[in-house]
Write a protein that binds this ligand. Sequence first.
Ligand code: ZN
Length: 228
Amino acid sequence: MSKLPCDIVRDLLPLYYDDVCSTATKEDIEAHIATCSGCKLMLEKLKMQEYLSLEIIEKNKIEGNGLKSIAAFWDRSKARAFAKGVLVAASIFSLLLLGYIGLTQWNIVTVPTEVIRITDISQLSDGKIAYHVKMTDGYNVNQIDYKVNSEGDVYMVPVRPLIKSKQNYQIGLANMYDFVNLEQIRANQGVEIRAVYYGSPKKPILIWKKGAELPVANDTVKALFQFD
Ligand SMILES: [Zn+2]
């Protein structure tokens, strides 16, 4: 039997296993283990534990928390970057779409007086004033804005978007007979009508002014606007 008792050998086994004990201690432990199966088993267990823990560390290195969290971080960053990209793309798309809609739908451009041709001004039996309007540039008119000032001047202002569209049909706001109902405007605006103009107030075309005598509407115009 060795001179070392088992409990001291077992306390020393980790040091022995790590090879950090003195040569004398090492020799004593080896001498003890050679004859003590219990302490030998403890040493084997120690080796096995070391092996297992090494294996666990290796495993952790591959799929363990460390790499997992790095991978997760990358995934999260990628997901975040992707989401950001989608968001940016969506924003740009919205802006482009809005811009396109704006350019093609918002009626912010007044049709220049130079391309407006007013003909066939006449009066219907109920007092409405009829006229024919045609845009000679071949583009559509999208809307007519009515402006009435306190003086009683009525302006019918044809407007279109920045990106104007070609006239696809032979009729429409850009080529049609239309009428203006002075009685109605008077009632709506509460002002005596002094004159009626077509086009930009800066350079309007006079259609009618107070006291002016207009020719009586012909049958074509009557057929369009006179229902009595
Ligand atoms: Zn022992």
